[in-house]
Design a protein around this ligand. Structure first.
Ligand SMILES: *Cc1c(COP(=O)(O)O)cnc(C)c1O
Length: 219
């Protein structure tokens, strides 16, 4: 079931621009499989068929699951896609190659202390200005991007967003793309199970997909 879903998602990603009447893209976005709450047994078949990009939203859970898998598959790229406490920044950088959720100056300072040349860091932008959601306000994004570039250099590579659940995500994806372009950044982390095809059509370079692959957890 999981492998079938995986092939399906890959197929949809490839056809996404055409689905929305947009010109084809040279490369499809990197599919980041979101494995939060998923046990190792469900992840191994995906590693065995060669998938290498995975996302976790908590450092603690990543530390419990992934070192063992990285011993077997050393070329895994682990993406942190959830809120990051400043005091866990160092540990996050030890485990993850990609951090999608830089969202404030104090975290920037901590990441800058420990970042290595292979890391890729993205700024989370709160495109809907939702009070309960993390991310830099779109109005402050230009300044924060400039500061982050100063401190992280080339390791700062792009932007990430989570559009409001009850809105058409397209304007949010477009805003993220424009903000990245104005900031001279090339990577766009946008699109989840409900909207990854649209995000891919609109220029995502990373899509973060969980339930479309692993199913929805019953509670
Ligand atoms: C859980 C999560 C995802 C994946 O969500 P699905 O809808 O299950 O695909 C993507 N991004 C972030 C930040 C998440 O926390």
């Amino acid at each position: 079931m999981i492998l079938e879903n995986y092939k399906n998602v890959r197929d949809i990603l490839k056809k996404a621009p055409a689905q929305f009447g947009l010109p084809p893209r040279e490369v499809a976005p990197t599919l980041v499989l979101v494995t939060k709450t998923q046990p190792i047994e469900k992840i191994i078949p995906l590693l065995e068929i060669g998938h290498r990009d995975f996302g976790e939203n908590r450092v603690q859970e990543a530390a419990e699951k992934w070192p063992e898998l990285m011993q077997r598959f050393p070329d895994i790229r682990l993406h942190l896609i959830g809120a990051l406490q400043s005091n866990k920044a160092k540990h996050a950088l030890q485990l993850c190659s990609h951090i999608h959720t830089l969202d404030r100056p104090s975290l920037l300072a901590e990441l800058a202390k420990h970042v290595q040349p292979h890391h890729k860091i993205m700024v989370q932008v709160n495109t809907g200005n939702e009070p309960q959601k993390a991310g830099i306000s779109p109005l402050d994004a230009a300044n924060f991007i400039a500061q982050a570039k100063k401190e992280l250099g080339q390791k700062l590579c792009g932007l990430m967003c989570i559009p409001p659940a009850d809105e058409n995500p397209a304007p949010h994806f477009a805003l993220l793309k424009l903000t990245a372009k104005q900031g001279g950044l090339s990577e766009l982390s946008m699109g989840m199970s409900g909207d990854y095809a649209l995000a891919a059509a609109l220029g995502a370079t990373y899509v973060r997909v969980g339930s479309a692959i692993f199913g929805v957890k019953k509670t």
